[in-house]
Write a new protein. Structure first.
Length: 202
């Protein structure tokens, strides 16, 4: 019953039926808690759906609480370095960045990167995304000297990914008033887009 209600709640959320979605997801959670206990692995999927729903509706405190429960359950049942842990850390990092809690976001995202670096190659797409997120939060936190080498680390992969890294680094350098270097990087990114006929909006 709880799992069926979770799927129904997700469908309501996709249809933007917000009240129905929230009530259905919470009802699903209560049923699962009653049947399996407050810390059962059975709750993780529903809590994740609740966290995603609240994040999409900018109810960030509720979203954070849901994802922290998911994190606790997965770490307890599967271990703190299980591959299912970094996606939860990514979600928490996104929430904390939206709240401008950059120090907390950095710790969460760094931990996710550390786990991924143990299991994936440095140029693995998920690792690269994680590196870029850490660079972004460092820049937002004012840690430009730590953000810059991370952006430079990302500049040797596929061109579509390189554009994002070039723009990120260019913004960072512009913020440090290194305008000539920033201009060069912006021009490089435009050249890649022109050559490949890609659209880039960020």
């Amino acid at each position: 019953m709880g799992r069926i209600l979770t799927e129904l709640g997700r469908a309501h959320a996709a249809e933007r039926k917000d009240l129905d979605a929230e009530q259905t997801l919470i009802r699903a959670l209560r049923i699962l808690e009653k049947n399996h206990g407050l810390s059962s692995f059975e709750l993780a999927g529903t809590l994740e759906q609740i966290g995603q729903y609240y994040t999409s509706r900018e109810k960030l405190e509720n979203a954070e609480a849901a994802f922290r429960r998911v994190l606790s359950i997965r770490e307890t049942v599967l271990g703190p370095s299980d591959p299912t842990v970094p996606p939860v850390l990514d979600a928490l990092g996104e929430i904390l960045m939206k709240q401008k809690r950059y120090k907390d976001a950095a710790k969460v995202l760094e931990r996710g990167l550390f786990i991924r670096m143990k299991t994936n190659a440095q140029d693995h797409p998920l690792t690269r995304v994680n590196v870029e997120k850490v660079a972004e939060v460092y820049a937002a936190e004012g840690r430009q000297e730590e953000a810059e080498p991370l952006y430079r680390q990302l500049l040797s992969s596929q061109e579509t990914e390189t554009v994002s890294s070039l723009v990120g680094l260019a913004r960072l350098l512009a913020g440090k008033e290194r305008l000539n270097e920033a201009d060069t990087l912006f021009r490089q990114s435009i050249g890649i887009l022109d050559k490949g006929n890609w659209a880039y909006a960020k």
